[in-house]
Design a protein around this ligand. Structure first.
Ligand SMILES: [Zn+2]
Length: 209
């Protein structure tokens, strides 16, 4: 996804430009001698421990999807968006809350395949610690939760789509340090090991949390 420099304001206004879902612009994920689990992936940072992660994958248990664009890749997953993930999934796929919280933004009026930055559907959920998770490119009418609703982890919150600046159906998932803030590195406790974050091009099955 892509954003203007006025990220915070744009985010709060729901004027986000969205990401292309392609796999171009992949970062260099070669190890560089820093040691496994400590900054050897494309982001060059340590990711949070997976076992104690407060997050589960944002799709239903038993489902598996490919990471079409990973963290710290050129363009749409860089700078304040560097820790976003794109999961390739068909339009209409059930999206679940990766973490419990309250719904602070909902947009689902935009038409499918509009290919227009700023015209993506999305849900933003605020967590107890003030961080927020964003779920983007949802299908038209695809929000299953209302503004101010309280959602449980793993609860179905909507259906994926291909709205906004999106070149193929996918879910853009990100966690921000605060509403309109910067992305944070995240891991997911209900899937196989990913000490450097989920790897672009790999698929991850959501297990029971
Ligand atoms: Zn994205």
């Amino acid at each position: 996804m892509r954003r203007s420099p006025s990220t915070a304001v744009a985010a709060l206004l729901g004027l986000l430009a969205a990401c292309g879902g392609g796999s171009d612009g992949r970062g260099d994920d070669a190890g560089d001698g820093f040691g496994a689990g400590f900054g050897s992936g494309p982001c060059q940072v340590a990711f949070p421990a997976q076992a104690s992660s407060p997050y589960v994958l944002p799709y239903a248990v038993g489902m598996s999807y490919v990471v079409g664009q990973g963290n710290c890749t050129d363009g749409s997953h860089s700078e304040d968006q560097q820790y976003a993930y794109d999961f390739d999934m068909p339009i209409g796929t059930t999206v679940v809350a990766a973490r419990a919280g309250s719904v602070i933004q909902v947009e689902d009026r935009f038409a499918e395949n509009n290919d227009t930055p700023g015209e993506e559907n999305f849900i933003v959920i605020e967590h107890a610690d003030g961080t927020v998770a964003g779920y983007y490119h949802l299908t038209q009418g695809g929000a299953a939760v209302a503004l101010d609703a309280t959602v449980a982890q793993g609860e179905a919150i909507g259906r994926s789509g291909n709205t906004g600046d999106s070149s193929e159906p996918h879910l853009h998932f990100e966690v921000l340090d605060q509403p309109g803030g910067d992305t944070l590195p995240v891991t997911f406790r209900n899937t196989r090991a990913h000490p450097e974050g989920l790897v672009e091009g790999e698929s991850y099955e959501a297990g029971a949390s």
